[in-house]
Design a binder for this molecule. Structure first.
Ligand SMILES: CC(C)(COP(=O)(O)OP(=O)(O)OC[C@H]1O[C@@H](n2cnc3c(N)ncnc32)[C@H](O)[C@@H]1OP(=O)(O)O)[C@@H](O)C(=O)NCCC(=O)NCCS
Length: 186
């Protein structure tokens, strides 16, 4: 298989889907690869409000909060490599929001535009009823066009717009909240 690196911010055409993508619950041993993908996205400056790289140790509490039965953390594997990951987390901690989850999805740059993000997000939607989640939201910078398009492609709508709420390298950035209701009896 040939994996072609792409510019993560370029609005280019799709490429043939990667073959043999599999998704499973993340294991402790996956955390370094998960962190590596996250740190590359931090450097890219369009994905996350985290501005400094994180260490595996710093990410451990976040990792431990996930559970396959309530708020999963999944990894997508391609030929034995961690190509991407998706996490569920509480949207807001108060009880009335317990059926709403925020999801984050990150794909290794060299596997992008091959369908990994789409497959992870699609699985989040199909598994939500089992997890008793009936609304999914994503919090995305307004200049993160690839991610906005990914969520839109899966039927998410723009539910919120918070102008100039973040400051990244002296540039004020907007936050878009995308969301989608998931019927519990899917
Ligand atoms: C956003 C991201 C997860 C997409 O993952 P991916 O595996 O490359 O996406 P896919 O190949 O599954 O693409 C699915 C759809 O997303 C959209 N998309 C993905 N990348 C795109 C890009 N660079 N430009 C335009 N649209 C893009 C397209 O609609 C695409 O459908 P298509 O291929 O039929 O046109 C990936 O770019 C990434 O990891 N970005 C950094 C992390 C991030 O921003 N996460 C969001 C915060 S939650």
């Amino acid at each position: 298989m040939t994996v072609v690196a792409t510019n993560p911010t370029k609005i280019g055409g799709p490429r043939p889907p990667l073959q043999g993508i599999s998704i499973r619950d993340a294991l402790d041993a996956d955390l370094p690869a998960i962190v590596e993908i996250y740190n590359a996205a931090i450097r890219g400056r369009i994905s996350t409000a985290q501005l400094e790289p994180v260490s595996v140790e710093e990410r451990l509490p976040w990792f431990r909060v996930h559970s396959p039965e309530s708020h999963p953390l999944w990894v997508a594997e391609v030929e034995g490599q961690i190509a991407g990951w998706l996490s569920f987390q509480s949207f807001l901690t108060r009880a009335a929001y317990r059926r709403t989850a925020e999801i984050s999805v990150y794909v290794n740059e060299k596997f992008r535009r091959g369908g990994v993000g789409h497959m992870l997000l699609e699985k989040a939607m199909t598994q939500s009823p089992r997890l008793e989640i009936n609304a999914l939201v994503g919090c995305i910078f307004g200049h993160n066009e690839p991610s906005l398009r990914l969520f839109e492609r899966l039927g998410f709508e723009r539910w919120g717009f918070l102008p100039c709420i973040a400051r990244v390298d002296d540039v004020e950035r907007d936050l878009v909240i995308v969301g989608r209701h998931i019927p519990l009896q899917a």
